[in-house]
Design a protein around this ligand. Structure first.
Ligand SMILES: [Ca+2]
Length: 274
């Protein structure tokens, strides 16, 4: 069963699986667009962080990877640090006064002073680096597999891991992350669905349909949905994608809920594939 099949099933049978004693059926949600902001269409987005006043982004691709500060309203890149041409930037989170950026296959996490972008530390790890967030006490990362991996924020030591499961089945390619109010929200590579995951069990408790955000013309020159951040001021999320021309401010609503404004999207086929 694909994630899209699971979403369709959750729409039809929201409690049937649970009632039968099977795995907990995830809730079906969709995005409701509140606002959209310009986004650098050359940014191959791999990490997105909002700290209450500043938007940070990590971009990938060899020779194009950066750590950057972006003005939300205009999409203007205020600061940008180019990574070494041999490094492919990946997930990003802010822990205290530091920004931590994963790399795809360099097996190193780069630690910066958020105020200056000065590189202040590095940590080695085994395997690939994909998404990164934290829950206040541990870093939470993904590596292209099915796990959420918990690490010590100071030493990067491995603490524990949990397999992400939807309807009892492991989910592969879990990507960019954001921890919000006890749950991990996750992009899944090549999917236009976002997962809400219980980090204690790995169980997917909701599947959010984020399809149809770009027009077919925009999608033709863009890559996959990736990048999620949270606006605690409003409870809204920021989502975008690799090489997307827009960054969307959204909220998540029940998939069956009637539209409440003129910018409701989701539910249509959209941009897929690399
Ligand atoms: Ca994020």
């Amino acid at each position: 069963m694909t994630l899209r099949d699971l979403f369709s099933l959750a729409l039809i049978l929201p409690v049937a699986l649970t009632a039968c004693g099977g795995p907990v059926a995830p809730e079906a949600l969709r995005v409701e667009v509140i606002e959209r902001y310009p986004h650098d269409p050359g940014a191959f987005t791999q990490g997105l962080v909002w700290n209450g006043s500043t938007l940070y982004e990590s971009t990938g691709l060899m020779g194009f990877s950066t750590l950057r500060e972006v003005e939300l309203a205009s999409g203007e890149v205020i600061r940008s640090l180019a990574l070494d041409d041999a490094i492919f930037g990946e997930g990003l989170t802010q822990f205290g006064d530091e920004l931590i950026q994963l790399t795809f296959r360099s097996s190193v996490a780069l630690v910066y002073d958020a105020a200056t972008f000065d590189l202040v530390d590095t940590h080695g790890y085994v395997g690939e680096g994909w998404g990164l967030t934290h829950d206040g006490s541990h870093l939470i990362m993904t590596n292209g597999g099915t796990e959420l991996i918990f690490r010590d924020p100071e030493t990067f030591d491995l603490i524990s891991s949990v397999v992400v499961t939807a309807n009892g089945t492991p989910v592969d390619d879990v990507n960019e992350l954001e921890f919000v109010d006890g749950f991990v929200y996750a992009n899944v590579w090549t999917e236009d669905l976002i997962l809400k995951i219980d980090p204690d069990t790995g169980v997917v408790v909701a599947v959010i349909d984020a399809s149809g955000l770009l027009t077919p013309e925009e999608a033709a020159s863009a890559n996959v949905l990736n990048g999620i951040a949270y606006l605690p001021e409003s409870g809204h999320f920021l989502i975008t994608g690799k090489l997307w021309p827009w960054l969307f401010e959204v909220r998540f609503v029940p998939a069956g809920e009637s539209p409440t404004n003129g910018m409701v999207l989701g539910g249509s086929p959209s941009n897929q594939g690399r």
